[in-house]
Ligand binder design. Structure first.
Ligand code: GDP
Length: 456
């Protein structure tokens, strides 16, 4: 991919809005925009000071027709998002003036930006590393304040520092081992044997700790998988609606994907809960007993937490017993609903936490929220220790790093020559470099940034 030309894109979401922004980045951002921009003050953008705002009009140069009334900001390299010259054109927020302006920019030599290409340039030009670039998308997709905090921490370099620290420690080890290889006659004490193995083990353990943060990262990004199960008519749908009314997490659909059912997310104490099988809950289609139980069991199996709803105004049914058996070993809350009606349900033995509530009156919903929050905290040890967490790409690479480190330990243990040990350590160093993008290929970049939105 060409990282030198000037790119442009509409950076605001499609549709009507109060304002629509086109971003232009590259060496020719100012000169290209100047060919379309008629400033009120008759001054070229090329002559404007950096970080200034200019009022005027976008004119189609071939016809002289007015396209839109705009405000243009000029930001000169290097203090910009991409470290290149950037122009942002604030149009009236409708798709026609925006697309028309982008088409004109392209006709004057700019190129339509690929998804995430502005952020990719920030990376290629050294303003941020790959982990930080990924954090930008995490910020856009953050489902709760806790997810946002983690993403911000990652953008600020929290995770990058951890990786850099591991790389520094590996580099020192490699230097010590290689010194022994390069100058054997000088009798430099080669750093092999126990001290080497101990430090490699320490690094391996730290890599392991990073790998373990994947679980909490997955929850922050994808949500804590939550199954709401129970017989028809116990009040699952009422419960979901009651919770959504107060705790709905604001989630936008990921561009480019279509889902049959938009997933619902709750925000409980900052932790996003992703509700499984919303369609099943909402429509209660499965009036046939067996189907309902099957559906519940499927949801329970893929859940991180189960809310099993029982009707407090009826006696326990066989179906309830079947589902109760399945929650053993899972973080589960038994919700006894319809507490506004006289209780007919017998006392039951189960391994979960029990909460009595009424979806009709709302009594007990707070207790349920509290119970969920407690379970979640217990279920994710160390959740609040540090706020950033690795993603799937990092995890795959860290597993490779760990393998190389273990290989080097094996080489040391079996008394292989230091060359081999150094080779394994270098492999570990290189794979850590892939995480932050110390080494990369265009393929890798395209894969990562294709997940981004256009204009970011
Ligand atoms: P689902 O089939 O499990 O999703 O159950 P619904 O949420 O559709 O509720 C079934 C029926 O129970 C509906 O008529 C609800 O109005 C009623 N219901 C739900 N929660 C309560 C409650 O707390 N108290 C009372 N009295 N009725 C409730």
């Amino acid at each position: 991919m060409n990282h030198e030309d000037t790119i442009c894109a509409v950076s605001t979401p499609p549709g009507e809005g109060g304002i629509g922004i086109i971003r232009v980045s590259g060496n020719d951002a100012l000169t290209i925009t100047d060919t379309l921009f008629r400033p009120r003050k008759n001054k070229l953008l090329l002559d404007a000071a950096t970080h200034t705002l200019h009022y005027g009009q976008i004119i189609d140069p071939s016809t002289g027709a007015l396209v839109d009334e705009v405000l243009v900001s000029v930001m000169r390299a290097p203090a910009t998002y991409t470290r290149e010259d950037i122009v942002e054109i604030n149009c009236h927020g409708g798709m026609t003036p925006l697309w028309r302006t982008v088409a004109l920019l392209i006709s004057r030599g700019a190129r339509q930006a690929e998804p995430g290409e502005f952020t990719m340039r920030a990376f290629v030009n050294g303003r941020i590393d790959l982990v930080q670039a990924e954090a930008v998308m995490e910020i856009i997709r953050a489902k709760t304040e806790l997810s946002l905090k983690a993403a911000n921490e990652q953008l600020l370099g929290g995770l990058s520092k951890e990786i850099a620290n591991l790389r520094d420690r590996l580099l020192s080890l490699i230097a010590a081992v290689e010194a022994g290889i390069d100058f054997p006659e000088e009798d430099i004490e080669t750093e092999t044997g126990t001290p080497l193995a101990e430090e490699v083990s320490r690094i391996r353990n730290d890599v392991d700790m990073l790998i373990n943060s994947f679980h909490h990262g997955r929850i922050l990004r994808d949500g804590y998988a939550t199954a709401i199960v129970g017989r028809p008519n116990v009040g699952k749908s009422s419960l979901l609606n009651a919770l959504l009314k107060q705790d709905r997490a604001i989630v936008t659909d990921i561009p480019g994907t279509t889902r049959d059912v938009l997933e619902e997310y709750l925000n409980i104490d900052g932790v996003p809960l992703r509700i499984l099988d919303t369609a099943g809950i909402r429509h209660s289609l499965d009036r046939v007993e067996q189907e309902g139980v099957k559906r519940s069991l499927t949801a329970i199996r893929s859940a991180d937490i189960v809310l099993l709803v029982l009707d407090g105004s009826t006696r326990l049914a066989d179906e309830d017993r079947r589902v109760l058996e399945e929650i053993t070993g899972k973080p589960a809350i038994v919700v006894i609903n319809k507490a506004d009606l006289p209780r007919t349900l017998e006392n039951i033995d189960h391994p979960g936490t029990e909460v009595c509530l009424s979806c009709r009156t709302g009594a007990g919903l707070d207790a349920l929220r509290h119970a969920i929050s407690e379970k979640v905290k217990k279920g994710i040890a160390g959740f609040h220790d540090h706020s950033w967490a690795i993603n799937q790409r990092h995890r795959t690479i860290l597993e490779q790093t760990k393998e190389s480190l273990e290989q080097s330990l094996e080489s040391t243990r079996s008394g292989l020559s230091p060359e081999f040990v150094a080779l394994d350590l270098r492999a570990a160093l290189d794979s850590l470099g892939l995480i932050i993008g110390a080494t990369y290929t265009d393929d890798i970049l395209e894969k990562i940034f294709s997940e981004f939105c256009i204009g970011k």
